[in-house]
Ligand binder design. Structure first.
Ligand SMILES: NCc1cccc(Nc2n[nH]c3ncnc(Nc4cccc(O)c4)c23)c1
Length: 232
């Protein structure tokens, strides 16, 4: 998160850190007791290695009550996701067991009504992604408020030039923005997860490249189907 600030500890008890060998790789969030939603692009370069999921954390390194690392039973990328574009950039992770819910570990409801969030709506992104252009990584969860911008503006020739589909949404990226390592985290508007951070052009903090999110509502049926049909 560029241009943001340290989140109030445990005010976002749905936040997950997807880790490999103890290193934060991507964000994610708890959508059900045994399921975390993130971004399919997060699996790039992991050559099929399964993530571990850290829940209940504020600091990535300090011991905290209710902080717990969960093993993953299955990682299911949306069948339409691929490395060449940002379409269908969603990843479902089934935890080895149901997460122990408490004040620091909670499920975040996601939007099921497929209707665009109005432009200028203030939403929040949070994550342990880089906090400087030089790539400094924070120890504590960061957050930033960003206004939604219209798909029309986001698709302008000088911005993302007609690549933003009706299954994506954008926020202004001037100075304050999501960045490397924030992919997979939720865009929360009025307390509901409306989008999932996708890297898009990978640029951070440049108003010419607004932040892009996969809208969740269009994928509600896919999410429900995967959760319903997964092993017991
Ligand atoms: N703001 C959109 C967004 C959301 C999520 C991730 C991303 N960026 C990135 N995702 N993956 C990446 N691998 C390498 N570099 C990256 N961005 C980068 C790194 C240093 C300086 C800088 O200005 C930008 C990214 C960008």
């Amino acid at each position: 998160i560029l241009g943001g600030y340290e989140a109030r500890p445990h005010l976002r008890p749905y936040m997950a850190s997807l880790q490999l060998d103890g290193q934060h790789v991507c964000g994610g969030f708890l959508i059900a007791e045994q399921w975390v939603l993130s971004a399919a692009h997060c699996t790039e370069g992991t050559n099929g290695q399964l993530f571990q999921v850290l829940l209940g954390a504020h600091s990535l390194t300090e011991p905290e009550p209710h902080k717990r690392l969960y093993r993953v039973r299955a990682q299911i990328a949306h069948p339409g996701s691929n490395i060449h574009n940002n379409r269908d950039d969603l990843l479902l992770l089934q935890l080895e067991e149901k997460a122990e819910l408490n004040a620091h570990v909670k499920v975040l409801p996601f939007q099921r009504e497929d209707r665009d969030v109005e432009a200028d709506t203030m939403c929040e992104a949070a994550g342990w992604g880089t906090v400087t252009h030089s790539g400094r990584r924070p120890d504590k969860l960061q957050q930033v408020e960003r206004p939604v911008i219209s798909r029309e503006l986001c698709n302008h020739r000088t911005r993302h030039d007609q690549t933003i589909t009706e299954k994506m949404m954008c926020t202004d990226s001037r100075k304050k923005d999501t960045c490397k390592g924030d992919s997979g985290g939720p865009l929360v508007c009025n307390g509901v997860a409306e989008g999932v951070v996708t890297a898009g052009s990978r640029v951070c903090g440049n108003y010419k490249k607004p932040a892009i999110y996969t809208r969740i509502a269009p994928y509600a049926a896919w999410i429900d189907g995967v959760m319903a049909s997964a092993a017991g």
